[in-house]
Design a protein around this ligand. Sequence first.
Ligand code: XMP
Ligand code: MG
Length: 183
Amino acid sequence: MDSHDVQADLKHVLYTKEQIQSRVAELAAQIDADYEGRDVLLVGVLKGAVMVMADLSRALHSHVTMDWMAVSSYGSGTQSSGVVRILKDLETDLMGKHVLIVEDIIDSGLTLSWLKANLISRGPATVEICTLLRKPEAAKVEIDVKYVGYEIPSEFVVGYGLDFAEKYRNLDFIGTLAPHIYE
Ligand code: XMP
Ligand code: MG
């Protein structure tokens, strides 16, 4: 184990713990109002959505159940291709359910547009998407995202579930990395 402080790896804080908590509470209030007491199946996309799922689900007053999917998108280099492989599938039958996909971040949107179509093919009543963050690149893909926490610039962010080489997921805020970490 190296002993350096995680904070030293960060350039700046984009959203504090308090800001995230209050924005997640606003999203939850909106979701509660929209679903009007209907049961909601929250589908978290591993691993990044773990923190959003934990906080959003606790802020909701609706009856919810939770399930998880893990997907990997094939692509050359860092570019997501939209060709997706399921690493871990849901355990829940979606037939007739109100499904809300919970994501940490939408970048190109290719993964999510594939995922939404895949879930729709399983016969749910509705499928909507909630993401904490969305980058401008996502605008290029025809995908309707009903709940967005924050629109952010095309900068690589970490924390609150988001990683760089699997690190920083445990931070309770969202920040950008110092260049010396990835250069
Ligand atoms: P799409 O298909 O929308 O894929 O391009 C979105 C996925 O890309 C990853 N991603 C990030 N992960 N910080 C991260 O830690 C970022 O700034 C970032 N931008 C994209 C992430 O896995 C997301 O699910
Ligand atoms: Mg993700």
